[in-house]
Design a protein around this ligand. Sequence first.
Ligand SMILES: [Zn+2]
Length: 324
Amino acid sequence: MNDTLYVSPLAEITTLGDDKIAMSVVGRRFTVEDKVGMLKTILDQAGQGVRLAALTESMADSFPPEAVEAAVTALVNTRVLVRDDARAGGDATHQHLQHRRELDALIPRDQLAAYDRANWLLVLAGEGACADALAEALAQMNVPLQRIGRDGELPDTGDKRALLLVCSDFEDFASFRAMNAKAVERGLASLYLGIDWSTVQCGPMVMPKATACYECYFHRVRSTRKFVAEFDVRSKPENILYHALPSRLAIQFGVAEASRLVLQYLSGTLDNLQHSVFSEIDSLTGETHRSRVLRLPRCACCGNASTARPVGTVFQQSLLRRRA
Ligand SMILES: [Zn+2]
């Protein structure tokens, strides 16, 4: 154990009087006695990063090296001390994600490398304030990102753990449907974010073959509209003279919601998702409504049911079978 050790970005450490130290690492809390001040010295030095050999040497006058080593081992085992200096970045997003992934334990250990951040690729499609805000927020969180235009060609994602995020400052059904078709064909997971005045429309999160796709969502929405003909006219881009400007507040809610899903998907904590979720957030009231999007068996993009003839009712089917 000769690597440099640092205090974990997930650790909270407080002193309780002169002889006790309370430590918690994301919720796991323990209090230890430190009557002679050994732990305090170790923790002080680990703030800037310290090697075990340097530590035992600097403390040799007051403490035997075996005692220091044992204390350091205990701090490493309880994850108070870690091997990378993640505190320096000022952000613990990825450490929290990793911790959550370990709690969920969905991914076998030998496959963890595929979920490593070095293997991620987020393809961000779209133009406008929402796309720019997302690109900035995700870059700040060090998510590897490639931007393409509104109807851009999908890049080759190779062996990367990739996600396509399509976003727009309004409900851009046409480009969302076009990008969804490309992503489903490619077998690439995708997510959609649009702003409708002051409301965020985020979803569905599409995992090809596993969940409903954007086309399924579109047709389900369309079938709920009273005036379908008007909806069809309004959802064609060539008919839009002006679209409503999004609000900055709505964009911020949208960035938060979409970033959460991006990070969850890429880090592997959504891998057991069985259904697509669509969230609607009213940025003026904070009200959030999440709903499931069910697959359409005959969806033009992801469906696998035959479109050759209507299925009919169960009763009609039994009649047909009897005749055959
Ligand atoms: Zn579909």
